[in-house]
Design a protein around this ligand. Sequence first.
Ligand code: PLZ
Length: 445
Amino acid sequence: MAATEVAQSRRIVTGIPGPKSLAIQERRRSAVAQGVGSVLPVYVERAGGGIVEDVDGNALIDFGSGIAVANVGNADPRVVERAAEQLGRFTHTCFMVNPYEAYVDVCEALNRITPGDHEKRSVLLNSGAEAVENAVKVARSATGRQAVVVFDHAYHGRTNLTMGLTAKNMPYKQGFGPFAGEIHRMPMAYPYRWPTGPDRCGPEAAAMVADQITKQIGASNVAAVVIEPIQGEGGLIEPGAGFLPALAEFCRSNGIVFVADEVQTGFARTGHMFACEHEGVVPDLVATAKGIAGGLPLAAVTGRAELMDAVHGGGLGGTYGGNPAACAAALATLEAIGSDGLVERAREIGDLMLGRLRELAARYEVVGDVRGRGAMVAIELVRDGDRTPDPEALAKVLSYCHSRGLVLLSAGTYGNVIRMLPPLVIGDELLHEGLDLLEEAFAQL
Ligand code: PLZ
């Protein structure tokens, strides 16, 4: 059965996880390193549209997209066909040995669709972490400077450099140091938790950051400022209005490379092709991955030609970067985003979800904040009538939803944010049904 034929309805026929999943889970215990977690250990048989089907015949509603990857849906037939055609011709030659056209096609497409109409270049890689790490390499090489500025609540990956860039210790960093030097962390413009309120958050945070960079590091020592235009793992934090433009301007006037980590926000997810567009920010370098290739591993750094081309020949690369099947999948994915109108669809999804979540917030005090853009939305759970994070309530809500067949993710430095990232091809009925389950979960609390 092709993924397009996956029936678009929830179906629960066993306990969650069911007996077949539990049997695999048992084998997993003695085969897979236990450091690797799984949010909802039902083992997948097929997936398509807004549904993930497991080996026991359960059909779950997908509010995760494999962490913002399956934006065009799982196993989209156009993506599958294009990748399969490529696999049938050759699987790998290494672009650094014998290059191929699809790599160039993907770079041309990225150069065209990323913000700004300046001359650009791209390099293709395998993962989001690798993209962020290469953006830092480019920035350091082009500026001759070393310092990198990142933010509270940031997530940039699990390699040594990107662990250092990431804010949260558990589970990402604990015991894995020492970390790379010259990484400087700044306050984040977090509207819900800004002491003087959300309206003053953006400008005040920008002024603080500019002051701290100047006083503590020296602006002329900073190679790059790296930021997620909406923080994902850190709790889906949309920076206070004006923060990103002010930061970009500070970078411009100090010769600092402004790097947007669009790994989670990219490719129509937020109702723009890239989240930076929301405030008209044009980054010098953009790191992308996840949604770029419909589920195949691919990542990229795209940016100003003079920065990208400052790196010496042979300075960038990797054996698998820009694998031909992943490139073919990316080309089909980018076409699908356009022809299916997924940027607009992401906005519709956001309107529908935010509307219902605000109703929820009005009824339940535990819902402290509702936020997000497009199909990247979240609620932050708090207790005691103030903003004390409530990770226990989150655990209960997630467990209720998981057991009834809704794939739902958590996030947040304090583990108290429920994050929703449905595939952009999900239908309204499934969205409503998923939100009904969420509502039930709050009623049960
Ligand atoms: N930058 C903004 O969101 C990956 C990580 C899940 P990789 N986010 C999901 C986990 O626990 O490992 C991410 C991101 C942002 C970089 C990355 C890293 O992307 O493809 O996982 O390396």
